[in-house]
Design a protein around this ligand. Structure first.
Ligand code: TPP
Ligand code: SF4
Ligand code: MG
Length: 274
């Protein structure tokens, strides 16, 4: 595969911000780069895009980039984004949040955004843990893994974010890991262009607060663990249920048309004026 073209990302980053606060090797940086590449390749101006995030390491993205941004409260990014989309339907509205932010405290906002098919691009950065607050287990922490709050191994069960989004009615659903930035850029581009809700789950690493408790201290160790578990949808077709046990399917799961919420709302408003 040809190497990705050089892009000067400086134009997209706030030069006066207080500096990068992610741990070296955190997957959040690769996700940010894949996203900025998508925006650049689509030729969308920074003024035409609003980026909203909640609280968490993943939520820091909105602070670093020079777009219309809102860094909101934990779990509430989708509700702020919904307001922005309704008030400014011409803007591309993108949400970034962690697995804790979007599937625990913000889980209700997540499923209802999927159900109503509002034109938001929702990126769930799934590092399987509450990274920012020191490593509490989240609804996506794999069974058996040790966390700060599950020191003997997680005995709870997990959400599959893709299945949750599909079950709730999302009309574009894709998943990829930080291992595949080119595919991630493609999914961001498709999600941003899709007229309806798009959910892009990115499987990421938190070597600091999950890896080190599970004999994977370095970013590489967690990335190898992720790489060993991901299977493309095409490959999975020829694999048995036993072979797929514990694997993470990656690719595009859903892409379909359905009436979009904001358009329906403005149609109603116009009809009431007559
Ligand atoms: C209402 C509220 N509850 C709890 C917190 C504390 N808190 C901040 S970030 C966070 C979890 C972050 O985990 P996740 O969303 O997975 O993001 P990550 O840091 O892993 O990227 C929690 C519980 C908060 N800031 N606000
Ligand atoms: S604590 Fe984890 S998620 Fe947060 S910046 Fe560090 S590696 Fe990334
Ligand atoms: Mg997390």
């Amino acid at each position: 595969m040809a190497p990705a073209a050089y892009i000067n990302f400086e134009q997209y980053l706030r030069q006066d911000y207080r500096g990068l606060q992610w741990c070296p090797g955190c997957g959040d940086g690769a996700i940010l780069q894949a996203f900025l590449r998508a925006v650049h390749e689509l030729g969308i101006s920074q003024d035409d895009m609003a980026v909203v995030s909640g609280i968490g390491c993943s939520g820091r993205i909105s602070g670093y980039i020079d777009f219309n941004t809102m860094h909101t409260t934990h779990g509430r990014a989708i509700s702020f984004a919904t307001g922005i989309k309704l008030a400014s339907p011409d803007k591309h509205v993108v949400v970034f949040g962690g697995d804790g932010d979007q599937t625990a405290i913000g889980g209700n906002h997540f499923i209802h955004a999927c159900r109503r098919n509002i034109n938001l691009t929702i990126c769930v950065i799934n590092n399987n843990v509450y990274g920012m607050t020191g490593g509490q287990y989240s609804p996506t922490t794999p069974h058996g893994m040790k966390t700060q709050t599950m020191p003997y191994g997680n005995y709870d069960q997990q959400f599959d974010v893709v299945n949750l989004a599909i079950g709730a009615g999302a009309t574009y659903v894709a998943r990829e890991s930080v291992w595949k930035p080119v595919a991630l850029t493609k999914f961001f581009k498709k999600g941003i262009q899709h007229n309806g809700v798009s959910v892009i789950e990115v499987v990421s690493n938190c070597h600091i607060n999950l890896g080190r408790r599970n004999k994977m201290k370095s970013p590489h160790a967690v990335l190898d663990w992720i790489k060993g578990r991901t299977v493309s949808l095409a490959k999975a077709k020829n694999m048995s249920e036993e072979e797929l046990e514990g694997k993470i399917l990656v690719g595009e799961f859903v892409e379909k048309d359905k009436p979009e919420f904001t358009e329906q709302y403005y149609k109603l408003v116009e009809s009431l004026k007559k």
